[in-house]
Structures are given as structure tokens and as C-alpha cells.
Design a protein around this ligand. Structure first.
Ligand SMILES: Cc1cc2nc3c(=O)[nH]c(=O)nc-3n(C[C@H](O)[C@H](O)[C@H](O)COP(=O)(O)O)c2cc1C
Length: 203
């Protein structure tokens, strides 16, 4: 598994960045790395590139199998996910939502939720979900579908939601010219991450 770990003295927070672009060194990862640079020393960072994993499409065996990981890649990914206090989904905006790689990763969460012996459900509750996305369109409202997907996912899992850091760009590296996004990146992980609650539901 491609797991790039940068560990400093830990203060208990552990960020897992899950990159779901279809190309290496994409805009979404560049923006996420700009935000991650601002994390205090002492916060652990792990980066996983979903493209580098041999992760097949999720097969729904929740009601038929023992839920054991089907591949080494799935087991490593589950352990990395369970070991994080903060999960950052780093996905380009694809068709107004997350990329297929990112969606496939989320589909695996459904299997991990019900797998015997899995700590995923307990570990995710109380944790924090964040998003980083880059889009070609300048109108950020058009990323609402992605934002809602991540917010509701956090609400379902009783997680806090830190919001989505948005950037603009199409060609690789173009986001580095988006000064507004880079300015937001500087403070993104410092912002409040309230408990996510479905619209109309009691907190
Ligand atoms: C399959 C695909 C779907 C896309 N869909 C959208 C979209 O719905 N809205 C948008 O603004 N940009 C869309 N784009 C453009 C990407 O969001 C943009 O190129 C972004 O910079 C890619 O990020 P990356 O470099 O991290 O992969 C799409 C690109 C691809 C390849």
C-alpha cells in the first residue's frame, strides 16, 4: 500500500489524507498539501493515493460473509482509516460529486461498519471528516452535491464535519494560481468542525 507517513511528536490528532484523483500530483492533492503544511507539528499525517491501490469495486457481502477484508489493500486501508482521528477526502469534482475512486472508498465504509471485529463504527463516531476539492468551474455553488455528500456521510457516522476546501483549476498545477484557495488553505484545518447533523434532525 502506498502509505506516506510523516510523524512528528503526536498530540493525539492523526490525519489521514485519502487522495482520489485520476492523475498523479493533481490539483486536489496540491491544494490539500498546502493546507496540510499548516497543521501543527505534533499532528500525524498519512497520505494514501487510492489510484496506487489495487482496490476492486466494493462487493456487498454484508449479509453473507464474515466481513473479513478481501485483499491486503482493503485491510491496510481499513486499518489506516480506523487509526485516524481526522479523515480528509481529497477528491477532484467529477460530475458534480466525488470521483469514482473516492466513492469506491466510501462504499467500503459500508462493509466495515458491519464487519465483526471492525472498530470502524466506534472509531469514526466523534472523529472529523474534511474535504478538499478542485473544480474547473468558477461557480463554487456547483460543488454543492459533493459538499452535501460529505456532510451527510459525516452525519450518518456521527462525525464532526470540517467543511470542504474548494479550489479552481483544470490543467495540472493550475490551482496554485488560485490565490483565494491558497489563502483559505492556510487556515482551513483551524476552522471549527461541529458535529454533523442531518437537516431537521435533533443534534
Ligand atoms: C471525469 C471528469 C469529470 C469532471 N467533472 C467536473 C465537474 O462536474 N465540474 C467541474 O467544475 N469540473 C469537472 N472536471 C474538471 C476537474 O474537476 C478539474 O480538472 C480538476 O482540476 C481535477 O483535479 P485533479 O487535478 O486533482 O484531478 C471534471 C474532470 C474530469 C476528468
Amino acid at each position: 500500500m502506498t502509505l506516506d507517513t510523516k510523524t512528528q511528536t503526536s498530540d493525539g490528532r492523526s490525519f489521514l489524507f485519502v487522495v482520489g484523483s485520476s492523475r498523479a500530483d493533481g490539483n486536489s492533492e496540491l491544494l490539500a498539501r498546502a493546507a496540510a503544511e499548516q497543521l501543527p507539528a505534533g499532528v500525524r499525517q498519512r497520505w494514501v493515493d487510492l489510484n496506487a491501490l489495487e482496490l476492486p469495486d466494493f462487493r456487498d457481502g454484508r449479509h453473507e460473509t464474515d466481513g473479513a477484508p478481501a485483499t491486503d489493500a482493503e485491510r491496510d486501508l481499513r486499518e489506516a482509516t480506523e487509526g485516524a482521528t481526522d479523515i480528509v477526502l481529497v477528491s477532484p469534482l467529477y460530475w458534480y460529486t466525488v470521483s469514482a475512486q473516492t466513492k469506491r472508498y466510501l462504499d467500503y465504509w459500508s462493509g466495515w461498519l458491519s464487519a465483526p471485529g471492525s472498530e470502524f463504527k466506534q472509531r469514526s463516531a466523534g472523529g472529523t471528516l474534511w474535504g478538499v476539492t478542485v473544480m474547473a468551474d468558477a461557480d463554487e455553488v456547483r460543488a454543492d452535491g459533493l459538499v452535501t455528500t460529505l456532510h451527510h456521510t459525516a452525519a450518518y457516522l456521527r462525525m464532526h464535519f470540517g467543511g470542504v476546501l474548494l479550489g479552481n483549476g483544470s490543467r495540472p498545477g493550475q490551482v496554485l494560481g488560485d490565490e483565494r484557495a491558497l489563502a483559505r488553505a492556510k487556515t482551513f484545518f483551524r476552522q471549527d468542525a461541529p458535529l454533523a447533523v442531518f437537516p431537521g434532525a435533533a443534534a
